[in-house]
Design a protein around this ligand. Structure first.
Ligand SMILES: [Fe+2]
Length: 453
């Protein structure tokens, strides 16, 4: 009873906090003061550009004013954009360009050439020009319907990573109606605890099943094109798929590391089909793109960012790479055979924090590390007790969490420290620390990094 009371109180509190934003949902009118409804949210940054996503209250001219100083006395302005209600759902991405690398910029949103009312100015930093020390955080599965407060964003603000990655189930639409997906994005984007973090830290995203359509869904999703349209309207990634191959996948470079964000839904065969060399998770074109990009990459670390985990679990075959072992193993063999060093994996989806390894050193390659963060904000699950990965490096963390990964690309050799953080920003485990030399063919490191107490 007490439990129920707590839950309903939490939900009501969330609704009260969101009330100023909630009145606009579904309201297509442009009456009232021209203002921002959701955002600003910083999207992709490079060493010369910063993208900022916004959603306005109507079809008003929007621009960004920015300056290295907080007084905006020598500010510049981006070009004006007028978002369309029909085409853009009143969203827009504004781009500051011609910026200096690794530099903090103050910015504010202009509507009708005036600073947007009710919000102030924010800061965002451009990417470093070359190899750097930086921190990436990532997570998955914030379920607004279950936790509209989402304290994790305050923990993340405290830790202040340089980048944040959303690994899917970023909303729980569970629908074939694209309007519901869009509405869920608006609710998630308006979570009060997240707003400052989103306005100041670059946010990049891929999707998983619940923000694609239904639980465990795949290429048979009848609204996948519309779903992709909604995804593009509500994120500010550097790109989406290839000209001839739709999807949310893209490559992103930051501070001396290449990140390969994967789309594990759009082209995926149903999990239940028997595994075979023909069964595909990424689709032929995306897999070919990934292999080509991995071959071309020259960075000491190369990170695969995937909605689902890479482990071949014993136990119920889940909604992960375990249902696509031919394709997974083919990719891992390719990495070994073409002597591509430095590959490691981030994943999400499991509703528990996990850190596993796949011992490819036994096959002449090197061990793959898979750091899996989930959930950002909802009740964690104990399903992990039924699944046994090839190598479990740490005891699963059954509470809200985010991945916390520190790269030092200025060290010789470059290093990476891998861990999760709790909701309040504390480290979950002793980190695993790897150098780029640990991720080369013929090197076995996973066994020595197991710490399960
Ligand atoms: Fe989820």
């Amino acid at each position: 009873m007490m439990h129920l009371w707590k839950k309903s109180t939490l939900f009501s509190l969330g609704l009260i906090l969101l009330a100023p934003f909630a009145v606009s949902y579904g309201d297509a009118s442009t009456t009232g003061t021209p203002r921002l409804m959701e955002g600003p949210m910083v999207g992709a940054v490079s060493s010369t550009e910063i993208s900022v996503w916004v959603r306005a209250s109507g079809e008003f001219p929007l621009a960004l004013e920015y300056d290295q100083k907080a007084d905006f006395k020598s500010s510049k302005r981006t070009e004006k954009v007028v978002p369309s209600i029909e085409k853009d759902d009143r969203t827009a991405v504004l781009r500051m360009s011609g910026l200096e690398a690794d530099t903090l910029y103050h910015y504010r949103i202009l509507i009708n050439d005036k600073p947007a009312p009710y919000i102030g100015a924010f800061c965002a930093r451009t990417a470093p020009a070359g190899p750097a020390r930086f921190t990436v955080s990532f997570g998955s599965c914030p379920r607004y319907q279950q936790d509209p407060v989402q304290n994790i964003w305050k923990g993340l603000e405290k830790v202040a990573p340089d980048l944040f990655f959303w690994l899917g189930d970023n909303i729980y639409g569970d629908t074939f109606d694209p309007d519901i997906l869009a509405e869920c994005y608006r609710y998630q984007r308006a979570v009060p605890n997240s707003r400052h973090f989103l306005a100041t830290t670059p946010q990049l995203a891929i999707w998983d099943d619940h923000d694609f359509s239904l639980n465990n869904h795949n290429r048979t999703n009848p609204i996948k094109e519309a779903s992709l349209g909604v995804f593009k309207r509500y994120w500010a990634n550097p790109s989406y798929g290839l000209p001839e191959t739709p999807g949310v996948f893209f490559k992103y470079h930051y501070g001396g590391v290449d990140f390969f964000f994967l789309d594990v839904r759009y082209h995926r065969d149903p999990n239940t089909e028997p595994d075979s060399p023909e069964k595909t998770h990424l689709g032929k074109e995306q897999l070919a793109w990934l292999k080509e990009e991995l071959l071309a990459s020259r960075t000491p670390f190369k990170v695969l960012v995937s909605g689902g985990g890479f482990s071949n679990e014993k136990g119920p075959k889940g909604d992960s790479w375990a249902s696509f072992l031919y394709e997974r193993n083919n990719l891992f063999d390719f990495i070994r055979d073409r002597e591509i060093s430095g590959v490691l994996c981030f994943s999400g989806d499991t509703h528990v924090g996990e850190f596993n390894a796949i011992p490819w050193s036994e096959k002449g390659g090197y061990d793959f590390y898979d750091l899996d963060s989930s959930p950002l904000a909802q009740k964690a699950s104990d399903n992990w007790k039924q699944r046994t990965p090839e190598i479990r490096l740490r005891m699963p963390y059954q509470a809200n969490n985010a991945g916390l990964v520190e790269f030092d690309m200025t060290a010789e050799p470059p290093t990476v420290r891998l861990n999760l953080m709790t909701e309040t920003g504390e480290p979950v485990w002793d980190p695993v620390v790897l150098t780029s030399d640990d991720l080369k063919n013929g090197t076995a490191t996973a066994e020595a990094n197991i710490k399960l107490d």
